[in-house]
Design a protein around this ligand. Structure first.
Ligand SMILES: [Zn+2]
Length: 291
């Protein structure tokens, strides 16, 4: 496995194509820290190799992504974010660019350590979590709640198996400017008035209700004898899922999507409707419940 990425003298990830040939590139291995040589011959594919001639290190794409995400946010000192729950931006469903004064890494908090801590001009902080295969769990969420600090999670799982090189402008833009990959963890979305739920639940859902977050924002319905759930996402959108496959339900949810807008999330097998349609969608589900 050849190495195509290393760290430049400033500790930033650099592609072999942008490195000066030879030891003059002044680069180190992003994995073990040893000096590397930029091999740029006409015969072999350009690559880095350890100056010591030891075998190439293998840097997992996940580690590379994690490293790169932190680097671009630190360099850019900002991030485009979805509307924060409970602000006027939420009602307008507008994303906004957040400027940071400073971004720190590895600052231990009470019982957890966020990937990045961004400092804002008004003196407040924003915790930023970069998630690729592991996401914020209930325990960490509780600690974030206790800290009362604004927190967003960036989901980069989509980049794990695609072919964009890291670093690259495409990946940088995806990290900084895309907002559908970002969720507000804290503050959490405002709770809605309680709605009647049905008595029985599939085993998977029983597990979910054990988590306080899911309990507050998940509603259950029986439609055409099928069990559906509606979950309010941190963005204020609503995610509707049918727990068993039924073409009539699928067509119904698809028709709502075509009418109101929204999208199907294949990973979670749910239909996402935007915050301004949330009440409408919940009302429709309620109307069909046990009909
Ligand atoms: Zn190495």
């Amino acid at each position: 496995m050849s190495m195509f990425v290393a760290l430049d003298p400033n500790g930033q990830l650099i592609n072999i194509e942008n490195a000066i040939r030879g030891l003059a590139c002044n680069c180190t291995c992003a994995c073990c820290g040893e000096p590397v040589v930029a091999r740029k011959s006409l015969i072999r594919e350009h690559h880095f190799s350890h100056h010591s001639n030891k075998e190439s290190c293998f840097i997992q794409r996940e580690s590379l992504l994690h490293l790169y995400a932190k680097e671009v946010i630190r360099n850019q000192l900002g991030l485009q974010l979805p509307p924060m729950p409970g602000t006027w931006l939420e009602s307008e469903d507008k994303t906004s660019w957040w400027d940071f004064e400073r971004v720190d890494e590895e600052v231990p908090q009470q019982g957890f350590q966020p990937d990045l801590v961004a400092h804002l001009r008004d003196g407040s902080q924003l915790f930023i979590e970069v998630a690729i295969t592991s996401f914020i769990g209930e325990e960490k969420l509780e600690r974030i709640r206790n800290s009362g600090t604004n927190t967003v999670e960036i989901d980069l799982s989509e980049l794990l198996f695609n072919t964009h090189s890291i670093p690259s402008e495409e990946v940088k833009a995806y990290i900084l400017e895309q907002t559908r990959n970002k969720s507000w963890i804290y503050p959490e979305p405002p709770s809605l008035p309680a709605r009647p739920t049905i008595d029985w639940q599939p085993a998977a859902a029983q597990h979910q209700t054990a988590q306080p977050q899911a309990k507050c924002f998940e509603y259950r319905y029986t439609i055409m004898g099928m069990w559906l759930s509606a979950r309010i996402l941190p963005t204020g959108s609503v995610a509707v899922r049918s727990w068993s496959f039924n073409p009539h339900i699928t067509n119904l949810l698809k028709a709502w999507r075509n009418e109101l807008g929204g999208e199907y999330n294949a990973k979670y097998k749910n239909w996402i409707y935007q915050p301004h349609n949330r009440e409408d969608v919940l009302a429709r589900l309620q109307k069909l419940n046990l009909e």
